[in-house]
Design a protein around this ligand. Structure first.
Ligand code: PGA
Length: 258
């Protein structure tokens, strides 16, 4: 069975004090639950190093929300892969719909970033997902296929161990509307099928596919019980220990249930 992975995407939220406090609370809860699931928090850039300090002694990993693909140099405002690993990041979120839509990131750029991250020791949480109009027009699978093929272009099976896919239907992000367990499972099974075609069953079976989009304490368990849902990427509900803790507990319960 794939080990469940729950990551908190803090987006552009918290400040130094509240970020540290939240990290400490997540670390305490993860330690209390035991080493049964993987947990990560992804704070804004300025807080990465301080949050890392709060996570010390726990198994909670640190993730960033973006990276640039080139080696350190003249790229004002950008951050290199080795800078992230230097401050203790294990993960980076790439392909998030907010970056695709608000910052105009295209599959080709996302692909370069994924290649750069995986060429070093940085894991990638690679986000894909369809817009509401895509789903309504029955284009969900076509969109997922385009984003997968574009984002993973020229990446061979060897790096797939460093990549986690996050299926995040755009209509479910921050809206309070969650995909039904059937919708999530359908999309995840499609993604795994695509990975199987591309990389073979052995590799595809090992890739974790997280669900993201209004995951909350009261829907986490049913979503995480789906056979192809291997964790969650949580935005809004990762911003307080009171909401994130029960999601971690739901994941630990699902892990125990096998
Ligand atoms: P949400 O965000 O949980 O607030 O819907 C998820 C995400 O964008 O990663």
């Amino acid at each position: 069975m794939r080990r469940l992975f729950v990551a908190g995407n803090w987006k552009m939220n918290t400040n130094l004090a509240s970020g540290k406090e939240l990290a400490k609370a997540v670390a305490a809860e993860a330690t209390r639950l035991g080493d049964v699931i993987d947990v990560a928090v992804c704070p804004p850039f300025p807080y990465l190093a301080s949050v890392k300090t709060e996570l010390q002694g726990s198994k909670v990993k640190l993730g960033a929300q973006n990276v640039w693909f080139a080696a350190p140099g003249a790229f004002t405002g950008e951050t290199a892969v080795e800078m992230l690993t230097d401050v203790g990041c294990s993960w980076v979120i790439l392909g998030h719909s907010e970056r695709r839509q608000i910052l105009g990131e295209k599959d080709e750029l996302i692909n370069k970033k994924i290649a750069a991250a995986t060429s070093e020791d940085l894991g990638v949480i690679f986000c894909i997902g369809e817009l509401l109009e895509d789903r309504q027009a029955a284009r969900t699978e076509a969109v997922l296929e385009t984003q997968l093929a574009g984002g993973l272009a020229n990446l061979d099976a060897a790096v797939m161990g460093q990549i986690v896919i996050a299926y995040e239907p755009v209509w479910a992000i921050g809206t309070g509307v969650t995909a039904s367990p059937e919708q999530a499972e359908g999309a995840h099974a499609f993604i795994r099928g695509w990975l199987t075609k591309q990389y073979g069953a052995k590799v595809a079976d090992g890739v974790r596919i997280l669900y993201g989009g209004s995951v909350k304490a009261d829907n986490a368990e049913i979503l995480l019980s789906q056979p192809n849902v291997d964790g969650a990427l949580v935005g809004g509900a990762s911003l307080t220990a009171a909401q994130f803790g029960p999601i971690l507990q739901a994941a630990a319960k699902c892990a125990a249930a096998g």
